[in-house]
Design a protein around this ligand. Structure first.
Ligand code: ADP
Ligand code: MG
Length: 313
């Protein structure tokens, strides 16, 4: 087999519209290879098609066209092996309220045909910090505990590939930390991880490689450090107690905004100017610089940047 955990070729999905609605083309031909052993980030705004793509990989949504190979198994040729190779922590909290965590793991193990002798429910429950709640009904679990149970369910059949769909959307810091600790641990044990997120910073910290999709199309796919270095828009934050005129003679490619706290936010294009030139312009205007910080471009800026750089065909 190849060294790719996942290979997608020309994957398309059109959801049939309900009565009176037009069909929705959610994926417009996705080609993507995800190397074994990586932590791979799938980024994109709401409605981009991330969940659709992930659910197709997992065999939970039927593709309209294209080919999907999971751990060397073509989904249409070896559906069982292909499904056995991947576990998904879904975006929605879809748990049966009448099962306990241990019961839910047993059912899941049964679905995937894991023999009793190979079940490791206690170990998995301990890993996600639910050992005390093993016998509690799912309906009595907090939102955070339900998410942990979803992670546990995804691990029951010991998949080679773990997929997490927006695992940290709306979760508290403690749970986020627990999730990332577990993800790193599993990855060190050799598991390939694919996650979707809204947060560029999170993807930057966690992922070796990133693909960005928008409107069902791949916008970019690169190693994280390459991607971040191609992002052109940056912001320089400057604290000053000097009187700042409305019009500042800033270098070409720089633009002044005021923040509510009085800081000067100078957005600039790295291709056209540098922090050095901006600071020099401020000093020339007799503005005393108390403090300087740089700010990450947020994901929206990145999308804008990248879609401008690569106009849609
Ligand atoms: P993301 O996870 O990136 O937010 P989704 O894959 O959930 O995006 O959705 C992609 C597009 O497909 C959206 O326009 C969404 O409304 C549409 N969509 C998703 N699921 C369905 C469905 N079951 N039926 C019809 N349209 C859907
Ligand atoms: Mg989604």
């Amino acid at each position: 087999m190849t060294s790719n955990a996942i290979e997608l070729r020309g994957v398309r999905k059109t959801y049939a519209g309900r009565r009176g609605e037009t069909p929705k083309e959610a994926l417009k031909g996705i080609d993507l290879s995800i190397p074994q052993g990586s932590i791979f980030g799938l980024l994109g705004p709401n409605g981009a098609g991330k969940s659709t793509l992930i659910n197709i990989m997992a065999g939970l949504v039927t593709k309209t066209a294209g080919s999907v190979t999971i751990w060397g198994f073509d989904q249409d040729v070896n559906p069982r092996q292909s499904r056995a190779s991947i576990g998904v922590m879904p975006q929605e909290l879809n748990l049966d309220p009448y099962f306990t965590p241990r019961g839910a793991l047993d059912v899941q193990a049964g679905l995937y045909g894991v023999p009793r002798s190979q079940r490791r429910s206690d170990e998995i429950l301990a890993m996600v910090g639910l050992e005390d709640k093993a016998e509690a009904y799912a309906r009595t679990l907090s939102g955070g505990m339900r998410r942990r149970l979803l992670l546990a369910k995804a691990l029951v059949h010991h998949p080679h590939i773990l997929v997490l769909d927006e695992p940290t959307a709306g979760v508290d810091i403690e749970l986020r930390q627990m999730l990332w600790d577990n993800v790193r641990k599993l990855n060190q044990q050799g598991m390939t991880i694919i996650l979707t997120t809204h947060y560029l910073e999170e993807a930057e910290q966690m992922c070796d490689e990133i693909a960005i999709i928008n409107h069902g199309e791949m916008v970019v796919r690169d190693r994280t450090e390459n991607l971040l270095s191609t992002i052109d828009a940056k912001t320089l934050l400057i604290q000053t107690d000097s009187q700042v005129p409305d019009v500042l003679p800033l270098p070409e490619g720089a633009r002044l905004d005021r923040r509510p706290d009085g800081a000067l936010a100078i957005g600039y294009s790295r291709a056209r100017t540098s922090p050095d030139d901006i600071l020099k312009a401020l000093r020339d205007a007799n503005i005393r610089i108390e403090d300087v910080a740089t700010e990450q471009a947020d994901l929206e800026d990145v999308f804008l940047d990248l879609t401008r750089a690569r106009p849609a065909a």
